[in-house]
Design a protein around this ligand. Structure first.
Ligand code: GLU
Length: 420
């Protein structure tokens, strides 16, 4: 990662710009520039060879103004406090954009999860959970999956929390397996949200999704699902990538076959996928393809000052959190590329997390149609709220989204009376 790239400073810049557009005074929102609470833990793990390794873990609770802290847990070798702080702040704004009653939080462990055995991953998760125990809970802070964590990790988290708590506590995490308090539709929710946003932006821009060309960076639960659902919608997904590189087909990739291949077992990578007419390209080449829609759905800082001038997509749908730097944003705006921001585009995940939590608290089980209908309602409404705000203020969709969220946060804060 870039030495002078600091994800936390990036989001503060955005918040300041949104505040200026809203005509806020700094005292109205200064608290949102600082996380309410930061926890750093050391997580000792017994490795399979008998040695003990100590990993660094974090949980940041950015804002509880609008509700309990909410946000995922990331396992990645690049996780550090600045990244977790930025991601926690993004969750506060994301939950406010879609108007669900949560604040924002995020957690992470600095570890290359792909190098751990399943047993090591489980011991790491259980120890990390125990260390977070004093500050999480179904009405306090509710984690969920993020990069390199999944339903299984959430099940271990829930089990450990419940054992310490002395009672089954399903509502302490979301993104659990369906037979263990998980919600139908949660696994696909972020990807489905991206599809819903794609439909709305396409209508606004007079683009037909039938045959629209799409490139997706990332083939995990966000990128992989978005690619599959857009393929089913009639789009031509010409490229997709993962950590092993990207594949490309001018005719369009068979996303059904690719996703079936990747999900068949843990650790499967695109480099081992073969099919006729499929070429290998680099991740950078993928980002610079001439396509209608580009979906960065991997990590932050994917589109930066250096590659932004070469981006040829018409629309960017941010599946990842923070994939576009503010310097790149300026370049893209100048070029006339429409960027639909992360805090709206990828909010489908946390929206269905909210439905999962509601089901857990009320001991209910909703059917998938109902969940997808409710998700669609929230995503479409939020898209139009953001669009209208941006239009009214004659600004970008990113600024429109942040203005909408900031306005809701400042209003709630004033009503609570904690600003003064
Ligand atoms: N990690 C996801 C995100 O960044 C989901 C968070 C959640 O469901 O709480 O939005």
């Amino acid at each position: 990662m870039d030495k002078n790239y600091n994800p936390h400073e990036e989001i503060i810049k955005i918040i300041d710009r949104a505040a200026a557009l809203l005509g806020l005074e700094e005292k109205d929102y200064i608290q949102l520039k600082y996380p309410e609470r930061e926890l750093k833990v050391s997580v000792p793990v017994r490795m399979d060879d008998g040695s003990i390794q100590v990993f660094e873990g974090y949980r940041v609770q950015h804002s509880g103004i609008r509700g309990p802290y909410k946000g995922g847990i990331r396992y990645h070798q690049k996780v550090d406090m600045d990244e977790v702080k930025a991601l926690a702040a993004a969750m506060t704004f994301k939950c406010a954009v879609v108007d669900i009653p949560y604040g924002g939080g995020k957690g992470g462990v600095t570890v290359d999860a792909t190098k751990l055995s399943k047993g090591e991953l489980e011991r790491l998760t259980r120890k990390y959970t125990a260390l977070l125990y004093p500050i999480v809970g179904p009405h306090v802070d509710i984690p969920a999956p993020d990069v390199n964590t999944n339903e299984e990790v959430m099940a271990w988290f829930m089990d450990t929390y419940s054992l310490v708590n002395g009672q089954l506590t399903l509502g302490v995490v979301t993104g659990k397996p369906v037979p263990l308090g998980g919600s139908l539709g949660r696994r696909e929710a972020t990807g489905r949200g991206i599809l819903l946003v794609a439909r709305e932006i396409a209508k606004k821009m007079g683009l037909s999704l039938q045959g629209a060309t799409v490139a997706v960076q990332g083939a995990g639960s966000v990128g992989g699902t978005a690619a599959l659902l857009l393929h089913r919608e009639g789009c031509k997904v010409v490229a997709i990538s993962d950590v092993s590189g990207a594949i490309y087909s001018e005719k369009g990739l068979d996303m059904e076959a690719i996703i079936t291949f990747l999900r068949a077992e843990r650790g499967r990578l695109l480099k081992d996928y073969t099919a006729p007419d499929v070429a290998r390209i680099s991740n950078e080449q993928l980002l610079q393809l001439e396509v209608d829609i580009l979906i960065p759905a991997a990590l932050e800082n994917a589109i930066h000052e250096r590659n932004a001038p070469h981006v040829q997509a018409k629309i960017i749908l941010e599946g990842a959190n923070g994939p576009t730097t503010s310097a790149a944003d300026a370049v893209l705006e100048e070029k006339g590329v429409t960027v639909v921001p992360d805090i709206l585009t990828n909010a489908g995940g946390v929206v269905v997390s909210y439905f999962e939590w509601l089901q857990n608290l009320q001991a209910e089980k909703w059917d998938e149609d109902e969940i997808n209908r409710k998700l669609e309602h929230i995503m479409v409404r939020s898209f139009h709220d953001v669009w209208n705000m941006a239009e009214k203020a004659e600004t970008s969709l990113r600024m429109g989204a942040y203005m909408l969220a900031l306005d809701r946060l400042v209003t709630a804060s004033k009503l609570r009376g904690i600003t003064f």
